[in-house]
Design a protein around this ligand. Structure first.
Ligand code: MN
Length: 353
C-alpha cells in the first residue's frame, strides 16, 4: 500500500506537543487511548444486530451502550494518565483500579450518545472532555469525588468526539483549533482529513426538537417563528430545519456546513432546566465549537463560563454559527414586549391573563 500523504493522529499529537517543550507525553498517550476506545466502539457498532459485541470480560451479549462504557473505562484506566473518570452512564465517578497507577487528568465522557439511533442503524457517537485533576488529588493519589470534576468548561485541556457514521471520524481540539480525522479501515489509523475545521459564521439551517415547542421560553419561540416565516418574515430568507437526535451528529453537521442547534431550557420538566449534560456533553461540544470559530451558549451566558454544581447537571444549550447564537442570546436579553409581536405568543398571553 502506498504511504499516505496524510498525517496520522499520532503525528498530529506529536506536532501539537512540540509547542510545549516541557510536556511529558502523558497527554498524547491519553488521547491515543481514547482513540483506541473509539475504534473499538466503531467495530462493535458496525456489527449491529449481528451482535458480536461482547462485554470486555467474556462472552455475555450486552447492549452497545454498556459495551461502549466498558470499552471507554477499560482502555483508559491502565495507562497511568487518568486520576479518575466520569461517565454519563455511571452515577458516581469511576475510580482507577488499585493495581494501576493514577495520573493527572480527569476524563469525562458520554460513551454512546444517541443510543436510540442504534436500533435503526443511524449515526451515533462518543464525546469526551479532558480536565486537569486538582493538585491535591494528584499529590495524594486519593479517590476522585464528584466535586473534583466541577470545573467550568473554559479550563478544559482537550475535548473531542467520535462519530460512527458512514465513516468513523474523530474530531479533536487541544486548544489550538479543531482537527478532524477519518478512520482508515485498512490501516486502523485515524488520518488527518480536516485540518482546520471552521463553523461558517452565518447560516440558513437550524436544528431543534419542535415537538417541545409548547414548553419553549419566549426568546426561543420568537427565534424559531422568525426562521419559519422565511423570506416573508423579518429574517428575509428561508431556513431549513434538521433533527438527527444525536447531539454528536448534530455538532458534526454544524462543523461541516454551519447551522445552529438548540436544546434550550424549557418548562417541560421544572426539575431539569435543560436536557443535555453540562459536563459530559455541553462543555466538550462548547469547547470544540468555539475553537472552530462558532459560539456555544445557554442562551443567557457562554456555556464554557458556567460553574458546574453537580456531576450530572443538565443545562440548556445553543451552539453553532456565531451570528445566529448571538442573535438568540440577544433575544434572551430583550424586554418581553418584543414577544407580543408574535401573534401566537400574544394569544398565549391572552389565555394566561
Ligand atoms: Mn448523550
Amino acid at each position: 500500500m502506498p504511504l499516505s500523504h496524510r498525517s496520522t493522529l499520532t503525528q498530529y499529537l506529536i506536532e501539537q506537543r512540540r509547542r510545549f517543550p516541557g510536556a511529558s507525553g502523558d497527554f498524547n498517550a491519553l488521547i491515543l487511548d481514547v482513540a483506541l476506545a473509539a475504534k473499538a466502539i466503531a467495530r462493535a457498532v458496525a456489527f449491529g444486530e449481528l451482535g458480536s459485541h461482547l462485554d470486555v470480560q467474556g462472552d455475555t451479549r450486552q447492549p452497545l451502550d454498556v459495551v461502549s462504557n466498558q470499552l471507554f473505562t477499560r482502555m483508559n484506566d491502565w495507562g497511568g494518565h487518568c486520576a479518575g473518570m466520569a461517565s454519563e452512564a455511571m452515577d458516581e465517578p469511576y475510580q482507577i483500579p488499585p493495581q494501576h497507577p493514577r495520573g493527572k487528568y480527569l476524563l469525562v465522557f458520554d460513551p454512546l450518545d444517541g443510543a436510540g439511533n442504534i436500533e435503526v442503524n443511524l449515526s451515533v457517537g462518543s464525546v469526551f472532555s479532558v480536565l486537569r485533576a486538582p493538585q491535591a488529588v494528584v499529590d495524594s493519589g486519593r479517590d476522585v469525588t464528584a466535586a473534583d470534576f466541577l470545573q467550568p468548561g473554559a479550563v478544559q485541556v482537550a475535548a473531542g468526539y467520535a462519530l460512527y457514521g458512514p465513516t468513523t471520524m474523530l474530531v479533536l481540539t487541544v486548544g489550538n483549533g479543531v482537527a478532524g480525522f477519518t478512520l482508515d479501515p485498512n490501516l486502523g489509523e485515524f488520518m488527518l482529513t480536516h485540518p482546520h475545521i471552521r463553523v461558517p459564521a452565518d447560516t440558513q439551517e437550524f436544528a431543534i426538537n419542535a415537538s417541545n415547542s409548547r414548553f419553549w421560553e419566549a426568546p426561543v419561540k420568537r427565534y424559531v417563528d422568525e426562521c419559519l416565516a422565511g423570506k416573508t418574515g423579518t429574517r428575509c430568507k428561508d431556513f431549513n430545519m434538521r433533527w438527527i437526535a444525536s447531539v454528536v451528529a448534530e455538532v458534526h453537521r454544524i462543523l461541516m456546513c454551519g447551522g445552529v442547534f438548540l436544546y434550550p431550557r424549557d418548562s417541560k420538566d421544572p426539575a431539569t432546566p435543560g436536557r443535555l449534560r453540562l459536563l459530559h456533553e455541553a462543555n466538550p461540544i462548547g469547547f470544540i465549537v468555539e475553537q472552530a470559530g462558532g459560539r456555544a451558549s445557554t442562551g443567557r451566558q457562554p456555556v464554557l463560563g458556567v460553574q458546574p454544581t453537580s456531576l450530572h447537571q443538565r443545562i440548556g444549550l445553543v451552539f453553532g454559527s456565531r451570528i445566529e447564537v448571538e442573535r438568540i442570546e440577544r433575544y434572551h436579553t430583550e424586554p418581553a414586549r418584543d414577544d407580543l409581536a408574535s401573534p401566537l405568543f400574544a394569544r398565549h398571553s391572552l389565555f394566561r391573563a
